[in-house]
Write a protein that binds this ligand. Structure first.
Ligand SMILES: [Zn+2]
Length: 588
């Protein structure tokens, strides 16, 4: 059949184009597409293919079949890679699209790749954690390896059971499935043994200096007396015993790594490996008081857990030398450290310290305040976990410290939720529109223009409400269409006194270019409030106007929706129902 080999089968570009169109169409329509839609779209882009229509249809059939077998998440993922690489589809819509940076290959020498995500249970996880754990998981899956979720719980002062739970729940919501879940505190005995070993072997020492002196001596690059007595192993051993038997109390003694006080990298100037913390630990209570720092626990745990690739954000860069040195001194296997950049957004803090302060000061409601970027806030605000995953993967493993626009995440989310979200009318700051000769009627409205999301029946009298924004733009004698209802002619506008507009019924034809506005009927409406979260910081200060509340009328059928249902208010934006008469704005 070689002779039939056409322009199409030999043309990789056409194949990719068919794929891209099918994926795009499917991702916009609840995950399914069909031959006719793809055909008409491709012919509009490449009319010359009409000559080969039979072969083209065969090709499309195969592609449509395989695309429909994917789930929505996969479709979006593939679309993101095909679409941006080729820039095949409408180039105008490119600004809506995220450039995709596929994850670079790992250097693999072990039989199985093992990654880990090590959050400290000292707050709620945010979108930066999502980036880390999704990349960790993606690598584990790609290489058919394992992902470990390890709670790095070695500072009882800041840790709470509530945070372990929050991290577990939010990762589950994200769709992350760790193969192993453990706590660093599970291994406290081993960590103590290794702490003693590194000290007795002469690579660390017990320091009983006052904390401010330690700081000053670090800056002045001076060794403290405890280190100078270091060669006296009996002296050192005695102090080590006192540290572990409870003779010393909090702030009275620490174990310090024997680094180099002259090192330009201040991390290496005898950093702390263990300290005494007497606050009860959320899991172990007061049984343990000697706790390793993250600097000691992270490399040791990574090594013992069999981690092959330790992915860390770039702010740990200066700590990498210490990470390697500790493992060298303990003669433990060294995982490869892979760095990536932290995910940050303009004017939206993710720092736990900042968020805790805002909560304590009563500026925000809690960890799930819709202005925050914690995962619980994003969930409450109507973001689909698939959008977060797709967004994070689109950023890839770049090291550049860039702040991607939040709009990119919104646009990915919009693509996912639009085909499954019903549309209703909402009018902000309602103004009455009195249709003088309007008769009582019922109209059936579609809940979505293209997806099959059902219909609703709306009773209409001659009293209708429109939003003030639309009302002020009207002029006398203007013809406008009340969307999906009928056309009216504006007679009188009195927004100052009676706050009313009078109009008369015109006809029900669809007339091209006629202004269209949304409305609600007096017979079918409810008071409704929408909360709009905005950037929480402005010029590094809390923005007191970061939570706008607007009121208006919505179609009363909104009251039948369950809490936490997304809805698109036409010409207004996507919202998610919260309480009975309130929704939170997601994005336009
Ligand atoms: Zn000292």
């Amino acid at each position: 059949m070689k002779g039939v080999c056409s322009l199409l089968s030999s043309n990789e570009e056409i194949h990719r184009l068919v794929n891209a169109i099918a994926l795009k169409n499917a991702s916009e329509h609840s995950g399914s597409t069909n031959v006719n839609t793809v055909l008409s779209r491709i012919l509009s882009l490449k009319p010359e293919l009409k000559k080969e229509i039979k072969t083209l249809i065969e090709e499309i059939k195969v592609v449509v079949d395989s695309v429909n077998k994917l789930d929505l998440e996969q479709q979006i993922k593939y679309l993101d890679s095909t679409y941006s690489k080729d820039n095949l589809l409408d180039p105008k819509s490119r600004h809506e699209h995220v450039d995709s940076h596929p994850l670079p290959e790992l250097e693999v020498s072990e039989s199985q790749v093992v990654t880990r995500f090590p959050p400290e249970p000292n707050g709620y996880p945010h979108i930066g954690h999502a980036k880390a754990v999704i990349i960790d998981e993606e690598y584990a899956r790609v290489y058919n390896g394992k992902l470990i979720l390890r709670f790095d719980d070695t500072n009882p002062m800041n840790e709470k059971l509530e945070y372990y739970d929050a991290i577990r729940n939010d990762l589950e919501w994200l769709g992350v499935k760790p193969d192993i879940i453990k706590n660093t505190s599970d291994d406290i005995k081993i960590l103590h043994e290794l702490g003693k070993k590194i000290t007795t072997n002469g690579y660390a020492y017990v320091c009983t200096c006052e904390i401010n002196n330690i700081r000053t001596m670090r800056m002045q690059q001076v060794e403290c007396p405890c280190r100078s007595n270091f060669d006296n192993s009996e002296y050192n051993q005695e102090r080590l015993d006192k540290l572990f038997d409870g003779t010393y109390h909090q702030n009275e003694a620490i174990i310090r790594f024997r680094g180099n006080m002259q090192d330009k990298n201040t991390v290496m100037r005898d950093p702390t490996l263990f300290r005494i913390i007497e606050a009860p630990h959320p899991l172990l209570g007061q049984k343990v008081t000697v706790w390793p720092t993250y600097d000691f626990a992270a490399p040791v745990e990574d090594s013992l857990d069999g981690v092959t690739h330790a992915l860390r954000t770039k702010e740990y860069e200066l700590r990498n030398a210490l990470y390697q040195d500790i493992l060298d001194r303990l003669e433990l296997r060294k995982p490869k450290v892979v760095e990536f950049s932290r995910l940050e957004f303009e004017n939206m803090p993710v720092s736990k310290r900042k968020i805790k302060k805002l909560i304590d000061d009563g500026m925000i409601e809690g960890w799930d305040d819709p202005r925050l970027l914690t995962l619980s806030a994003l969930r409450r605000r109507g973001f689909d976990p698939k959008a977060i995953r797709s967004f994070v993967l689109s950023l890839g493993l770049t090291l550049a410290e860039t702040k991607p626009p939040f709009k990119t995440l919104e646009s990915i989310n919009r693509k996912i939720i639009d085909p499954i979200t019903i549309r209703l009318f909402f009018v902000k700051d309602p103004i009455m529109l009195f249709v003088q000769d309007g008769k009582d009627t019922k109209v059936k409205l579609n809940n979505h223009p293209t997806s099959s999301l059902g219909t609703r029946e709306v009773e209409v009298s001659n009293v209708i409400y429109i939003s003030r924004d639309d009302a002020v733009a009207l002029t006398k004698d203007e013809h406008v269409r009340l969307m999906e209802l009928y056309n009216v002619k504006i007679n009188e506008i009195d927004l100052e006194n009676k706050k009313i507009i009078t109009a008369s019924y015109l006809n029900n034809e669809i007339i091209k270019d006629m202004k269209k506005i949304q409305w609600v009927s007096e017979k079918n409406m409810t008071k409704y409030k929408i909360i709009i979260p905005k950037e929480i910081y402005q010029n590094d200060r809390f923005n007191p106007e970061s939570l706008e509340k607007i009121e208006g009328y919505a179609e009363s059928s909104i009251l039948q929706l369950k809490s936490r249902t997304p809805v698109q208010f036409v010409r207004f934006g996507f919202c998610i129902t919260e309480e009975k008469f309130t929704a939170i704005f997601i994005h336009r």
